[in-house]
Design a protein around this ligand. Structure first.
Ligand SMILES: *Cc1c(COP(=O)(O)O)cnc(C)c1O
Length: 469
């Protein structure tokens, strides 16, 4: 036996001490400062002593680590965090991640982790159904995040549009491909375009209308122009919940345009996709059922630890065509062909049982529990809007999601004040908010990201903001 396995008694003691320190922080997250803006040198100096030359006693090392993370982290667990979709992880999902780490199942091959693989498969199929993909037209894969999901979408679109792409790659293309997205779409599309060898210029960025949605007229005109120039439109990406202002593109119209121009229809619903959990608000995603694929992050509105997103598709062949390989060193694939080896279905190979942190909270709360939380958060967004307006602020964005971009008449002449106000609040650790421009005008951005944010925190934010006016 090597020293890697500590004695059982020490394991229990360390677990207990660690969990106890973490629970203190998790429970009382709002009492500790939310975080601030740290100088790089200070943080660098704090870790410079780790040379790893000599072993360190475990207990003090772990306690010190937890203290440092408490001191030097923006606590998205804090209910005054009105930030960038980074959630407070709910307790069952944290437990699930611990269980995953213990078993460390290998999710590359079905035969190594059949129960885990089927749990993921079941979640994929259920989510496909919720988005309106018909039985028999449902497939997907778990990914590390929205960036990987969006890149998977581009790879699938290329394989779909160019049957020889898998063999010849971009060298085999006769026409220059074009991918369409809005000016408010996520920049992970840009990274993906560069990474697959298409280059940034493959993206035809369509301006937005007055409500921050992709302008449908301009999209149609651009498609016709590009086709006339001999280019090949291959894909249109609609965004359901833009990162800046929470706009949802007109998915129904994009679906129809995709039909006409023979384009792959991808919906980037990294954040807004969670609306499918709500019987009241699902209608804002109308048209998503006609898409060829969907990105939906689980580590955003599902409130679970980072590192989990879903790529869903209504094309049951495409993941296989895009990612299938076979090699002698991998376990043989199942004879029945019914089981799917995740590694021939996605970019990743060896990977974590990430689906468990979605499965366990769903098991404990059900879809209905999730729906209640989504409704609570939307309600807090509506409350924030009302309170801001009563205090004289003007909402500039148009969103069905709990995201508000706003300014104040007294700031119109001094737009630089917007950033100063936000910095002052963030540096003091009173709340976390950010800035985002709407139609070129600097605005303060606040999003109900944390499921514990309630009327108390909403009022506190409005009061804080008002002291700066
Ligand atoms: C967050 C986000 C992404 C990127 O997802 P990650 O999980 O951060 O990789 C993509 N698209 C949209 C609309 C997003 O909000």
């Amino acid at each position: 036996m090597t020293s890697f396995d500590l004695a059982r008694s020490e394991q229990e003691l360390l677990l207990q001490q660690t969990i106890s320190a973490l629970l203190d922080w998790y429970e009382k997250g709002d009492e500790a400062p939310l975080g601030t803006i740290w100088p790089h040198e200070q943080i660098q100096a704090a870790v410079a002593s780790f040379t790893y030359k000599n072993p360190t006693p475990a207990g003090p090392a772990l306690q010190s680590l937890i203290r440092s993370l408490k001191d030097f982290t923006i606590h998205t667990t804090n209910s005054n965090y009105f930030g960038l979709f980074n959630p407070r992880a709910n307790f069952p999902s944290i437990l699930a991640d611990i269980i995953t780490a213990f078993f460390n199942p290998q999710l590359a091959a079905w035969s190594h982790a059949p129960y885990a693989a089927e749990i993921e498969r079941n979640l994929i199929l259920q989510c496909c159904s919720r988005f309106g993909y018909a039985t028999g037209s449902q497939d997907g894969t778990f990914t590390s995040g929205g960036a990987e999901s969006n890149m998977t979408a581009i790879i699938c679109a290329l394989h779909h549009q160019f049957p020889n792409y898998g063999q010849e790659g971009l060298f085999g293309l006769q026409q220059r491909p074009v991918i369409y997205c809005s000016a408010e779409s996520h920049h992970s599309l840009l990274k993906a375009a560069r990474s697959v060898g298409l280059g940034a210029q493959v993206l035809q960025v369509i301006p937005c209308d007055q409500q921050e949605r992709m302008d449908m007229q301009q999209l149609k005109q651009r498609l016709i122009l590009d086709e006339a120039e001999g280019k090949r439109p291959i894909m249109i990406v609609g965004t359901a919940g833009t990162t800046g202002s929470g706009a949802i593109d007109d998915l129904d119209t994009i679906a129809a345009i995709c039909q006409v121009h023979n384009c792959w229809f991808h919906v980037d619903a990294a954040y807004g996709g969670a609306l499918m959990l709500s019987s009241l608000y699902r209608r804002h995603l109308n048209g998503i059922e006609k898409s060829n694929s969907i990105t939906m992050d689980i580590h955003k509105w599902f409130s679970v630890p980072m590192g989990i997103s879903l790529f869903l598709t209504s094309n049951t062949e495409i993941l296989h065509r895009s990612f299938d390989v076979s090699t002698a060193y991998m376990p043989e694939k199942g004879e029945s062909k019914k089981e799917i080896d995740p590694y021939v279905h996605s970019l990743q190979w060896s990977r974590r049982f990430m689906g468990l942190k979605m499965h366990v909270p769903l098991l404990l709360f059900g879809w209905q529990g999730y729906e209640e939380v989504i409704h609570h958060q939307i309600k807090q967004g509506q409350l924030l809007q009302k309170s801001l307006e009563e205090a004289g602020w003007i909402i500039k964005n148009h969103s069905h999601l709990p995201i508000l971009c706003f300014t104040h008449p007294s700031l119109e002449q001094t737009p630089a004040r917007v950033q100063e106000i936000v910095d002052d609040i963030v540096i003091k650790g009173q709340a976390w908010i950010s800035t985002y421009p709407i139609k070129g005008q600097p605005c303060i951005r606040a999003c109900i990201t944390n499921y514990n944010t309630g009327p108390k925190e909403v009022q506190k934010l409005v009061d804080l903001l008002s002291t700066h006016i």
